[in-house]
Design a protein around this ligand. Structure first.
Ligand SMILES: *Cc1c(COP(=O)(O)O)cnc(C)c1O
Length: 362
């Protein structure tokens, strides 16, 4: 059997989730959209079911998958509904939904619901993706409260630059939020992973009934390009691993792989690993990207192919056929691989495919 696989450590997932709550003292939604960033949404939800305050997904399709798998905790639709029709299912399956546009408020006003909704009312504080304009926010809040269809509103916004401590955008967004929401007595939710890992410096008001939205950090990867103390406490959840399936010895001046882009400069022992871009390993990872071979650091050499990649074994004489190779995990942080590949750990995780995904610690 092909040795490539992804191991998912659900104990690490629980550890990271609890860190999100502990850091801020607020409630935390575990963000498990996009199949839990490649980690398996149903398995991750089940692992957190006993302790999580709730979950967040992108759309109703993702929420229903969880409900059908008997996940009963609150589930928030981060983009709300795309068509008014979906409100029936939102009502029926007791989902929470983001409202970010005026047409959604009208749709709620016109819909008959069996049970009043929980709405997360999204304010555009300057990211300019989705959210209501600050000048329209109060009126939107009132209309929803007066509609008789809404039991509870959470005031919500999203940072564009929470991973950049020196960005003036964070203060601008916080000030815009404070002004637009002044006097509205409701829980708030502003922080994603970088925001909540840094929240003491972000000077946020955070009450026990407020919410943070923890995505990347519950999978144990840092969202930062720099060293960050709280992020050091995270435990990687995914280990992407495989084995060496062939070895060759090359003289100096020999090319390796497609395009002959890498040429040996010294006598080189090359290990071929059963892992490629069809598994989600980034094709753009250059020679020099770290890998761990038998527990020792080495580097990628040559271009990544669809099913295989090549690593340098020259300084690892004990490594050979069948030696375990970790592409990312506890030995090689995904954020480090992402940095080399000009990507982000979010994308590496979401791109995972073809490899068997094996959950432990359920
Ligand atoms: C995906 C998402 C998050 C989670 O972000 P992370 O950086 O992964 O923690 C939070 N809020 C919203 C609105 C999102 O879409």
């Amino acid at each position: 059997m092909r040795p490539a696989r992804a191991l998912i450590d659900l104990n690490a997932l629980r550890h990271n989730y609890h860190l999100a709550r502990e850091l801020t003292g607020a409630r935390a939604l575990a963000v498990i959209k996009a199949d839990a960033y490649g980690h398996g949404a149903v398995q991750c939800a089940r692992a957190l079911q006993g302790s999580a305050d709730g979950f967040a997904v992108a759309c109703i399709e993702e929420a229903l998958e969880l409900r059908y798998a008997t996940v009963r905790k609150p589930i928030l639709l981060l983009e709300g509904f795309f068509e008014a029709d979906e409100l029936k299912l939102i009502d029926q399956h007791d989902l929470w939904c983001v409202v970010h546009s005026a047409w959604q408020i009208e749709a709620i006003e016109k819909t008959r619901v069996n049970r009043p909704l929980t709405v997360w009312l999204k304010l555009d504080t300057g990211m300019h993706r989705v959210g209501l304009h600050p000048a329209a926010y109060r009126d939107a809040y009132r209309r929803l409260m007066d509609s008789g269809k809404v039991a509870r509103i959470v005031l919500m916004s999203h940072f564009s630059s929470a991973d950049e401590p020196d960005s003036p955008r964070n203060d601008v967004q916080l000030a815009t939020f404070a002004e637009a929401s002044a006097g509205l007595d409701a829980p708030i939710s502003l922080c994603n992973s970088p925001g909540l890992l840094r929240w003491p410096e972000m000077a946020l008001r955070q009450r026990p009934d407020d919410y943070v939205r923890a995505g990347l950090m519950i999978y144990g990867a840092t969202p930062f390009e720099f060293h960050q103390e709280q992020a050091d406490r995270l435990q990687p959840v995914m280990t992407l691993e495989s084995k060496i399936i062939a070895v060759r010895e090359l003289q100096p001046g020999e090319p390796v792989g497609y395009g002959a882009r890498f040429v040996t400069e010294r006598p080189t022992r090359v290990g071929v690993v059963a892992m490629g871009y069809a598994d989600g390993y980034p094709r753009h990872a250059p020679s020099g990207t770290p890998v761990s071979v038998g527990g020792r650091r080495s580097r990628l050499i040559g271009r990544v192919s669809m099913d295989m990649l090549t690593v340098d074994l020259t300084d690892l004489p004990e490594a050979g056929l069948g030696t375990r190779v970790e592409l990312w995990g506890r030995e090689v942080p995904a954020s480090e691989v992402a940095h080399h590949a000009g990507s982000i750990p979010y994308q590496l995780f979401c791109n995972l495919k073809r490899v068997p995904v094996i959950h432990t610690g359920a």
